[in-house]
Design a protein around this ligand. Structure first.
Ligand code: V47
Ligand code: SF4
Length: 374
């Protein structure tokens, strides 16, 4: 721990916080009740210093990013999550978009001469886009560009397509893996606790269902990410509960790569009456996640949702990854109220952003193998 951290911790008069700091210094795990205390009582400087010491122990000054693009097959969805600014209910599907397999292949081909390493495919849950549709899509992408890593489908999409095809989670994942699926994104996790989940996303896969899909994926050698949607109607207890379930599963499988807190944005959805969290609250959450999730190797700030400058600040509060160039036509984030109306950054812009924070930009692949240090 550096001298600045030492002095912040030494002047800590709160007994419980001092004990937590001691645990972190000794690289011991903090408990759920410690985590709740951090949420309730610790200020930004305190959690920031601890989180930064962990980040620098694990990764030094390295900050990862990748070169990726997103495909959103449809924004038509059978579900009706209240925070969602993006989907059109299936009943109004003519107002949404649906891409054909050929249209999606054209998007992939548009990157033929670019050094992209990953395609991220997620969208709404459209009944027509079933197992056989997605197997064909994945096979065709792989046939066209075998080296492109396919990270696709939230547990919400998977749960729906497996049930529809009457497949177990294991059978469904094995079929997608055989077609070329390589990892799962972390979406759809929201808040696992049933009290909150019922309120904001009552009709889609449960928290247990989400965890079961990721556990099975890990057992089959498919790594994944995990998200948490924060800053709406949840209480600190629900955030601790969510992260505790993830930490327990990670102890079992070690299959998660990165934890991605997603700040709730309040435009154009049924929860627009809720005030958005402040930057200081966001940074405190990143820092506490870094301290609590001791078995997650990476913590990602998803810049299209958080904003570029705030993502830059997060690099001093535990974050060591800022996702990718996201060179795409993604609509979900600008629709939800993010300042980022055109969610694309060139590699140069990303590298500059990281360097301005006095960190070292490192391009990675999806599974965090290092490609180039800038
Ligand atoms: O599950 C939807 C979130 C998620 C809003 O794994 C919203 O690398 C805030 O999971 N305000 C999908 N968030 C995106 C996602 C993701 C993104 C980037 C990288 C990865 C990865 C995963 O977007 C949904 C939901 O939690 N979301 N609406 C909103 N109004
Ligand atoms: Fe559908 Fe996902 Fe939006 Fe929920 S968050 S309504 S599952 S697109």
């Amino acid at each position: 721990m550096n001298t600045q951290t030492d002095s912040i911790l030494k002047h800590q008069s709160n007994q419980h916080l001092s004990l937590i700091a001691e645990k972190v210094t000794k690289q011991e795990r903090i408990s759920d009740s410690d985590c709740l205390t951090l949420f309730n009582e610790a200020d930004l400087a305190f959690v920031g210093a601890l989180a930064n010491s962990i980040r620098e122990r694990l990764h030094g000054n390295k900050t990862y990013f990748n070169r990726n693009f997103h495909i959103e097959p449809t924004n038509v969805c059978v579900f009706s999550c209240k925070f969602c600014s993006y989907s059109k209910l299936y009943a109004h599907k003519e107002e949404g978009w649906e891409l054909s397999i050929d249209e999606m292949l054209e998007i992939v081909k548009g990157y033929d001469n670019k050094p992209i390493t990953e395609v991220h495919i997620v969208g709404g849950v459209h009944p027509k886009m079933n197992m056989s549709y997605f197997i064909e899509l994945i096979q065709k992408i792989k046939a066209h560009r075998p080296q492109l890593h396919i990270k696709a489908f939230t547990a919400v999409e998977l749960d729906y397509m497996f049930k529809k095809a009457k497949l177990t989670v294991e059978e469904g994942l094995l079929q997608l893996k055989a077609a070329g699926l390589e990892s799962l994104p972390g979406g759809g996790a929201e808040i696992f606790h049933p009290e909150i989940r019922q309120e904001i996303a009552g009709d889609k896969v449960s928290g247990e269902g989400w965890l079961k899909i990721h556990e099975t994926a890990h057992q089959l050698g498919i790594q994944s990410n995990a998200t948490m949607l924060f800053g709406h109607i949840e209480k600190y207890e629900h955030l601790v509960d969510h992260m505790s379930k993830l930490r327990n599963l990670q102890d079992k499988t070690k299959g998660f790569n990165t934890f991605i807190p997603l700040k709730f944005r309040n435009s154009n959805n049924d929860m627009s009456y809720i005030k958005e969290s402040s930057l200081s609250e966001d940074l405190r959450l990143y820092a506490i996640a870094r301290i609590y999730l001791d078995n997650f190797p990476h913590l990602k700030a998803y810049w299209p949702m958080l904003g570029r400058q705030n993502a830059q600040l997060s690099l001093s509060f535990g974050v060591n990854d800022i996702d990718g160039t996201i060179d795409d036509s993604t609509k979900i984030y600008s629709m939800a109220g993010s300042e980022e109306q055109t969610p694309t950054m060139t590699t140069e812009e990303l590298v500059d952003l990281i360097k301005q924070s006095k960190r070292i930009p490192v391009e990675r692949d999806t599974l965090y193998n290092e490609i180039t240090t800038f």
